[in-house]
Design a protein around this ligand. Structure first.
Ligand SMILES: Cc1ncc(COP(=O)(O)O)c(C=O)c1O
Length: 463
């Protein structure tokens, strides 16, 4: 499947090259993958101490497109003058619904709007509580706040990086109306358990699948387990349009309402741009343009093959690094048949690296030519929550006691998430997983090299 990436390059596909370029040799002598298991091969000075980096080549860039085939439809659309919502958008919606295995799909301007629209049309709002994981992008929680509901955080399972179903039930109160499982990093959350809990307590489930295009549990695509599923097509996402989002659902009535909401609340089926149709529900405007949909259709053609490549490389990389002491790669939940790998996560245990802090480990890894990140900060502790509670709407909608931020913080502690965010999580981007097997070897060699030299690296600031 890696061939696909090479093949696409041969077909002169354009990629935005990753900006990481360093001067020097391509591979330090002795650091060949075949010698990886031999610790003497990683004994050279680490790049952060002036040694030769493991890697100086670029990583696959993102987004990828083919000027010959992908730009044609975009240009045709621009020349047609039909730029607002029309037939191309409908075509993408139909194809996205089919791809995901849902009855319907609606395109909106971004994933955040997909979440807000879904929650509002499922009647979530002031006075309600919505259970969310703390390990997610801000948009998940911002969507809850936008409806006027209160986000309640259920801690994560550090092995999977996903919301921990065991922590959900204890967060349910008479005000709880919904759960938003987030398939964060593109790894599926434990939907069978979450659906069981939701059913027992009569809760709405909105899946945040914004990072999880084509991920599956028992061969069923994520986004189709709950009442609604939400996707993002923002530039970094596995299906990139620039900006864009989609709601999927099997509930026709709900989808009619979402459509109506994204078009000012005018009745479903109203021709876009027409006036005098009457307005049936409070709505707003969230329509994407035709040329965005044209880009989406082009990207959709390569999504499946790219997803396979990411899966193959992720499993290979995992097999390579899991034996390095102090490196604990992601675990997939039971019944996951495919992940999306928007990111490749592992946990870093500094005890096995002579107490080298994570930030230093990341700097050393970057110096070896391997881009990496520590990922999210704890959302449940950020000031936007206290500031939301101070707004006029919240003050009017909730009793004072519920808006006491100290009490809220006490009830929303997530120690497992704190550890992930503040100490352990490390990510590689999805574009790196579109590389070759030898690219994955480079990552593994670089980590092994740092492990081997952790004492020296730790002492560098003392010298
Ligand atoms: C988990 C998650 N939810 C929601 C969103 C929001 O999507 P968008 O950026 O398209 O609004 C994102 C985007 O980064 C995301 O990663």
């Amino acid at each position: 499947m890696n061939v696909m990436v090479n093949k696409t390059f041969k077909r002169r596909e354009f990629v935005k090259q990753s900006s990481f370029v360093t001067a020097g040799a391509i591979l330090a002598p002795g650091l060949t993958p075949s010698l990886f298991a031999n610790s003497t091969t990683v004994a050279g000075d680490p790049a952060i101490l002036g040694g030769q980096p493991v890697r100086t080549k670029n990583w696959p860039g993102w987004p990828i497109w083919n000027p010959e085939t992908d730009e044609k439809r975009v240009i045709e659309d621009i020349r047609s003058g039909v730029w607002s919502r029309g037939l191309i958008t409908t075509e993408f919606e139909e194809k996205w619904a089919k791809t995901i295995g849902a009855k319907r799909s609606l395109l909106v301007v971004n994933g955040t709007s997909a979440l807000i629209t879904s929650l509002i049309q499922l009647n979530i709002g002031g006075g309600d509580e919505v259970i969310v994981p703390p390990y997610t992008f801000i948009a998940t929680v911002a969507a809850v706040i936008a409806t006027g509901a209160i986000p309640v955080f259920a801690d994560v399972d550090p092995e999977t990086f996903q919301i921990n179903p065991d922590k959900i039930e204890e967060k349910i109160t008479p005000r709880t109306r919904a759960i938003i499982p987030v398939h964060i990093l593109g790894l599926p959350a434990n939907m069978p358990r979450i659906l069981e809990i939701a059913k027992k307590h009569n809760l709405v489930v909105v899946e945040d699948a914004c990072q999880a295009h084509l991920a599956e549990i028992d061969h069923q695509k994520v986004g189709t387990f709950g009442h609604a599923g939400c996707f993002s097509f923002q530039n970094s996402k596995n299906l990139a349009i620039g900006e864009g989002g989609a709601i999927v659902s099997n509930d026709e009535e709900f989808m009619d309402k979402c459509y109506s909401y994204h078009n000012y609340g005018n009745p479903y089926g109203t021709v876009v741009g027409s006036v005098g149709t009457g307005t049936v529900i409070p709505g707003t405007k969230l329509r994407i343009t035709e040329y965005q949909a044209a880009i989406g259709l082009a990207q959709l053609k390569r999504l499946d093959e790219q997803t396979t490549t990411r899966n193959v490389n992720a499993e290979y990389l995992k097999s390579k690094i899991k034996t390095i002491p102090g490196i604990i790669p992601y675990k997939l939940n039971d019944h996951v048949t495919r992940a999306a790998f928007h990111l490749f996560p592992f946990r870093y245990k500094k005890e096995e690296f002579k107490d080298l802090p994570r930030a230093e480990f990341l700097n050393a890894l970057k110096a070896e030519g391997v881009p990496c990140s520590n990922g999210y900060l704890p959302l449940n502790k950020m000031p936007f929550l206290a500031n939301a509670f101070k707004t006029k709407n919240y003050q009017k909608m909730y009793p004072e006691d519920m808006l006491d931020i100290n009490k809220y913080n006490e009830n929303n502690k997530c120690p497992a998430n704190d550890r992930l965010c503040n100490e352990e999580a490390v990510w590689f981007g999805q574009n790196m997983l579109l590389g070759s097997k030898s690219d994955m070897d480079d990552i593994a060699i670089a980590i092994e090299k740092i492990h081997h030299n952790s004492e020296k690296i730790k002492n560098r600031s003392k010298n």
